[in-house]
Design a protein around this ligand. Structure first.
Ligand SMILES: [Mg+2]
Length: 346
């Protein structure tokens, strides 16, 4: 496929997975299946989708990439500044470790010394676009993934999970098709002992043709996939390799798993999107957010594609003043989803 499409489709894939997974975040697989029949569709606010922190952070990463001149230290400082102002806009969805790390930035810790010891999936959800951007440069890719991760999370497992997401996105961008090559690389990245058994299980289950549902049950995720980076990335890797090439099925399976649905689907969507010729038009048409519109995300993705080729590209303009009113609408919608969950089906 046209390599210039990868950044655009990865960003949009993240936004689609995020927006489609958001209404079922925290619900179990069985409750999701009882509540919504039929194929997956945008259903956050009157049949439309909105994005959460997963896409917002991916956008901030993209903006920081355009401003850093390929220097990971400059990138980290730019991203730190962006995260601080993002936090000041009172986002409704934020992980605990990310919140603590940003508060530390506000009280004066230098970027890179402010991270907290956690392996939540915050750094993983913003990693696929780094893999796409540096798909041809594994050294820079690793340096930027570390810079991004350590800005919030310092547990080595968080770095490893983010590196896996970035490398999968790079493989998708480069059109690497061999499962063995990909799994060998995953084994190389996953140094912490917690990965050993799950990665071996992925390999065996893929060979046996196990379904996503069955694999999730075998891993002990029958109620849902947690926001622990190891759990999230194990499921993302399995779903992507199991259904490679079918963007719609990958996102649908990720959401159906339950648990941290928006992040699991956002990461899977960011990876699968990087190699998808086309995304689901009916999902895109109902992605209705401000100021991060479909048009803005597309412009940002094409600016990244241009800068990958070495041209100096300016940051696409965006109506930042809309962020606070938008966040109020988003917060009210999240509240109404919470209220709806008091009632059956359970
Ligand atoms: Mg989220």
């Amino acid at each position: 496929m046209n390599p210039n499409l990868s950044p655009i489709h990865s960003l949009l894939g993240t936004a689609l997975g995020d927006s489609l997974g958001l209404p079922s975040e925290g619900m179990s697989r069985s409750r999701i299946a009882k509540r919504w029949k039929g194929p997956l569709e945008q259903r956050f606010l009157f049949g439309h989708g909105m994005i959460s922190d997963d896409t917002e952070h991916t956008i901030l990463i993209s903006q920081a990439l355009l401003l850093c001149g390929n220097d990971p230290a400059v990138f980290q400082r730019r991203l730190a500044g962006k995260l601080r102002w993002w936090f000041a806009g009172l986002p409704a969805g934020i992980g605990l470790a990310t919140a603590k790390a940003i508060i530390k930035l506000w009280i004066g810790f230098p970027p890179g010394r402010n991270g907290v010891f956690s392996a939540g999936n915050g750094p993983v959800m913003r990693a696929p676009i780094l893999g796409v951007h540096f798909s041809n440069d594994s050294g820079r890719r690793a340096a930027f993934v570390r810079a991004s991760t350590l800005l919030t999370h310092t547990d080595p497992k968080a770095v490893e999970a983010a590196m896996m997401a970035a490398d999968c996105a790079a493989f998708a961008t480069n059109g690497e098709l061999s499962r063995d090559v990909i799994l060998d690389r995953m084994k190389e990245i996953t140094v912490s002992p917690e990965w050993k058994q799950p990665v071996e299980r992925i390999e065996a289950s893929l060979a046996a043709g196990t379904s996503v549902k069955q694999f999730a049950e075998e891993m002990g995720f029958s109620k849902g996939v947690s926001g622990y980076a190891v759990h999230t990335m194990i499921m993302v890797l399995f779903i992507w390799l199991r259904h490679r090439g079918d963007f719609c099925l990958i996102v649908s399976e990720a959401v159906a798993c339950g648990g941290d649905t928006d992040s699991v689907a956002a990461i899977a969507g960011g990876i699968a999107g990087a190699e998808a010729e086309s995304l689901m038009p009916e999902w895109l048409a109902r992605l209705s957010d401000r100021p991060y519109t479909l048009d803005y995300i597309t412009r940002l993705g094409s600016a990244l594609a241009e800068s990958r080729e070495g041209s100096l590209v300016s940051l696409p303009s965006v109506a930042n003043w809309l962020i606070i009113p938008r966040n109020i609408v988003f917060f009210l919608a999240v509240l109404s989803h919470g209220f709806r969950r008091i009632f059956p089906p359970y």
